[in-house]
Design a protein around this ligand. Structure first.
Ligand SMILES: [Fe+2]
Length: 201
């Protein structure tokens, strides 16, 4: 699958367009601030967007997801516990079939109660669960340091190191990096205890 990382809005957000070149079918991930640049990218690459997926409910990721989906003839996807009005509600382990590819949902609460990550081939879309060199905040409503620590240590770190991490914000020294590199350098992944984690997270 091809991945286009699209910078959007004033809070250094990334939206993503992910598509299968064979069939032209794809997904859009997050669309908080603006839909124009995502629509343009989809048009440019001639992508038929099947799903517009919100990684979590925060406005800078989900505010315009309905508008984006309607403009593209796509369905809105969010976690079953999300407040985002979705056409398709997903839970951990569910797979969205797109073209010849499979987009797998991984439930990773902690930044919010409805946070999900998505794995497609060698790509890992982490929303605000994991950034390059950091992780998402846990001090906003619905946030939980305990849950995020568990999501990072037991869920994200159990994934293969060759997955490319595509975060929900451009907060790192690079825009994407392999999970194996993050595992060695990201203090929030290196923390071995919850106490250590809350000191760096
Ligand atoms: Fe967020």
């Amino acid at each position: 699958m091809r991945v286009e990382q699209i910078p959007v809005g004033p809070m250094q957000n990334f939206s993503y367009l992910v598509w299968d070149e064979g069939t032209g079918e794809g997904v859009a991930i997050d669309s908080g601030w603006e839909v124009e640049s995502i629509l343009e990218a989809a048009k440019r690459a001639n992508v038929k967007v099947k799903y517009a997926i919100a990684t979590h409910r925060h406005f800078d990721h989900a505010k315009t997801i309905r508008e984006l989906a309607d403009s593209l003839g796509a369905k809105v996807v969010a976690h079953e516990r999300s407040e985002v009005p979705a056409d398709v509600r997903v839970k951990d382990g569910e797979v969205l079939e797109v073209g010849g590819a499979r987009v797998k949902v991984i439930y990773t609460p902690g930044h919010t109660e409805d946070s999900i990550c998505l794995v497609e081939g060698k790509n890992l879309f982490t929303g605000d669960t994991l950034f390059i060199g950091n992780c998402g905040r846990t001090d906003l409503p619905g946030g939980s340091p305990e849950k995020l620590f568990h999501s990072l240590q037991d869920v994200i770190l159990s994934l293969p190191g060759d997955l490319m991490v595509y975060p929900g914000h451009d907060y790192g020294e690079v825009k994407h990096r392999r999970l194996g590199e993050e595992r060695k350098t990201n203090p929030t992944l290196l923390a071995k205890t919850l106490r250590e984690f809350t000191g760096v997270g």
